[in-house]
Write a protein that binds this ligand. Structure first.
Ligand code: CUA
Length: 343
């Protein structure tokens, strides 16, 4: 890797194939771009010093070639000459200056990057306020508004508007988790009994992937978070839909699924707004069919995955808190049909 150290990070990312929706080479958020610039500067400065040190080392070997044991007295005489002494002093002086200058440049750049990252409102007052709670192993999100009647809950997928600041309050219910969407910003821990926060200021619309970045148990690796950066118009549309309660199913199979959902264990843990289901210990399913993945990024949200997940949640994600319900085939198809109406 070291021989690429002179390349700016985006080029490095492209060369190593580190592009995409979850990469430290991403700069689609204000903080990510600041961190990336600092990292690129570190790579350039340390790369230059690495090259210089290697050059001196090989120059030393090269000069040493001509030295011979039987000519040592002559060599020593040459080294003791006053002109050699002067050159050596000048060289040492320049090198010490370069080392101090390089370290100072990195320290000053770090200081200013740190100050910029600490500015909470890089794009003005946050326009979105989200309470995000880490659970083993999923993300519970509550969107808060000045008018609390507009508040809603969702899970494992956040939408945020492009170009505006989103304030995310981070909490944890069980153990320490860590919020990390490298394309947008640095990491921030979610700690039980303590509220942390992070401000996201996305600069490019798109779909990004976050990952819990603190080992939190068996399914830590399956604790992903989808983040969709919408244009303001798309965000407003998404918001309007999320604030609606779930529609009553009209197709007979989905209507049967609704009855099973409300009467089996499902409704004890999950909420579907506008229905009697108001369990709080599992992901809100009011608009589950609009989300890209299931089980915190474990499966794509398809008909087949929904069947697999409900039929055998422990086979898909061992250790998670969703129990085996024991639905027969008709019940399973019906519950899936109902969930697919929750757009
Ligand atoms: Cu949550 Cu790792």
């Amino acid at each position: 890797m070291r021989r690429f150290a002179l390349f700016p990070l985006p080029l490095l990312a492209a060369l190593t194939g580190c592009g995409g929706i979850q990469t430290i080479g991403g700069r689609e958020g204000r903080d990510a771009a600041l961190i990336n610039d600092l990292f690129t500067l570190f790579c350039i400065v340390t790369g230059l010093f690495f090259v210089a040190i290697m050059a001196f080392l090989f120059a030393g070997y090269w000069r040493r070639r001509g030295f011979r044991a039987d000519r040592m007295p002559e060599e020593e005489e040459a080294l003791a000459a006053p002109s050699h002494d002067r050159r050596l002093r000048l060289g040492l002086f320049l090198w010490t200056g370069a080392v101090i200058g390089g370290l100072m440049a990195l320290a000053i750049a770090s200081f200013f990057t740190d100050r910029s990252l600490a500015q909470p409102n890089g794009a003005g007052r946050p326009v979105v306020s989200i309470e995000l709670t880490g659970n083993q192993w999923w993300w519970d999100a509550k969107y808060h508004f000045h008018d609390p009647s507009k508040d809603f809950r969702t899970a494992n997928e956040l939408h945020i508007p492009l170009g505006a600041a989103t304030m995310i309050y981070l909490k944890a219910n069980d153990v320490i988790h860590s919020f990390w969407v490298p394309n947008l910003a640095g990491k921030q821990d979610l700690i039980p009994g303590h509220v942390n926060d992070i401000v996201l200021v996305p600069t490019k619309a798109g779909h990004y992937r976050g990952q819990c970045a603190e080992y939190c148990g068996l399914q830590h690796a399956h604790m992903a978070l989808d983040i969709v950066v919408d244009t303001p118009a798309d965000y407003a549309r998404w918001l309007a839909r999320q604030q609606q309660p779930a529609a009553t199913p009209t197709n007979p199979q989905a209507a049967t699924g609704y009855v099973y959902f409300m009467n089996k264990q499902c409704s004890a843990c999950h909420t579907v707004a506008g229905t009697p289901a108001n369990g709080q210990v599992a992901p809100d399913l009011t608009h589950v069919a609009s989300r890209a993945t299931l089980a915190a990024g474990t499966l794509p949200n398809t008909n087949g995955s929904l069947h697999a997940w409900i039929a055998d949640p422990q086979g898909v994600k061992p250790g998670n808190n969703m129990p085996y319900i024991g639905l027969n085939a008709d019940e399973l198809h019906a519950v899936v049909a109902y969930l697919e109406t929750l757009k």
